[in-house]
Design a protein around this ligand. Sequence first.
Ligand SMILES: Cc1cc2nc3c(=O)[nH]c(=O)nc-3n(C[C@H](O)[C@H](O)[C@H](O)COP(=O)(O)OP(=O)(O)OC[C@H]3O[C@@H](n4cnc5c(N)ncnc54)[C@H](O)[C@@H]3O)c2cc1C
Length: 441
Amino acid sequence: MNWVNELAAIVAVESTGVARAGHASDVSGHEAVWPDAVALPVSAGEVAAVLSWANDRRIAVTPWGAGSSVEGNPIPVKGGICLSLERMNRVKEIRLGDRLAVVEAGTKYRELNRQLAGSGWQFAVEIGGDATIGGMIANNAAGPKAVKYGSTKAHVLGLEVALADGRLIRTGGRAWKQSCGYNLTQLFAGSEGTLGVITEAIVKLTPAPAVREVVAARFGSVRAAVDCLGELRRLDAGAIEFLDRSYMEFLGEVVADTLFCEFHTAGHGEAAERICRAGGAESVERAGEELWRARLRAYTASQEANPGARLLTTDTAVPLGAFGEMVEFLQQELATRRLTGYLLGHAGDGNLHVILPWRSAAEWAAVEAFHGAAVRKSMELGGTASGEHGVGMGKREFLAAEHGEGAVAVMRMMKQMLDPRGVLNPGKVLPSQNVTYANGE
Ligand SMILES: Cc1cc2nc3c(=O)[nH]c(=O)nc-3n(C[C@H](O)[C@H](O)[C@H](O)COP(=O)(O)OP(=O)(O)OC[C@H]3O[C@@H](n4cnc5c(N)ncnc54)[C@H](O)[C@@H]3O)c2cc1C
């Protein structure tokens, strides 16, 4: 395509089959779509130049961090340009006195934490995927530690963003307290690359816990486990994870509905042990590193156990008091529909995942139907279709049901205002706009 040569005059471009295939899918079951070209900018200026050019030409641009999403978020469904931030991966500043770091958007969160090791500080969001900070901000990723630290959004002080037409703006700043004007930082966070491309972020640093006490408690029923959650949440919990008995069986562990918790204040492990024993736990263990590693490997373990299968992962989050009802509903639905599904979740904040392998169109239809039932139940309980994975491709149909037509109309206005030509990550978050892209020509 001729336009790829034009693009190559602005930025480094790869258009080999290997490069395009490597940026065609995330880890979801959504179908891969190859971009026509992968752009590899090294500066905010280059990102802005690509956007300005693509906007004029009406060529679709899909930002890309590490491609570790689970909802089809970075799949370039309209082809065009995959705008990969992978070469913008520098930690530019670490300012312990200000409790912040300034990073390029393609920096992996693990790299920032590697550079912080031994300082007593951390970037506090920990997820299973080897993600970039830009991608985590764009998806508002969370993970097991969100019960204590909140989602990624809570850790962003400011951003540099390239708008669809190539303008570069800054949002927020370096102050830990900000109350000046509309909160654009929080608008771009969670927008999944549909409103602008994050080129740089100022993120908060949090004290690394000096104490880590781990407790694994096994129960004879979901109810017994869930009944302990209220008391456990009163402790200084860094994570409260739930793993259902079939998932434990799949891991080759003791078959029981299990709570796996981490505490950051000395003595809280012991207190949790007392709470779980009083709540009828069949056994309580204080050393659980192996189980913790198994928990973090949930996705890869599910893949390894189902070679050749694709995976659909649900991501509902319900009000805390409804967690038990949601678990029981999902277990019941899996049994009634005779589906294989691994159920686990962040019990501390009400977020539940079921990982469902599928291989054929018929199996896809069955897991999709289960997914729909899970989301509808979550909403009935006052919850959400997505606790941490974002809307991507698979949850767009639930947006109006969750937020109402009025709120979705406001979202459309924002999209129209910031990306009037619809070039940024088309086919995500909002139901598709009717746009014809020049990259198809
Ligand atoms: C094994 C495994 C475990 C996981 N565990 C968790 C977990 O515990 N919790 C959790 O929340 N998620 C988890 N994830 C999902 C995934 O890691 C997160 O969604 C993460 O935020 C994706 O980051 P990324 O850098 O890979 O971004 P990508 O997947 O490349 O992109 C994410 C989205 O953001 C957009 N985007 C990327 N970079 C930018 C940018 N600079 N500016 C604007 N938009 C951008 C993309 O277009 C896309 O819409 C897991 C994934 C895997 C594979």
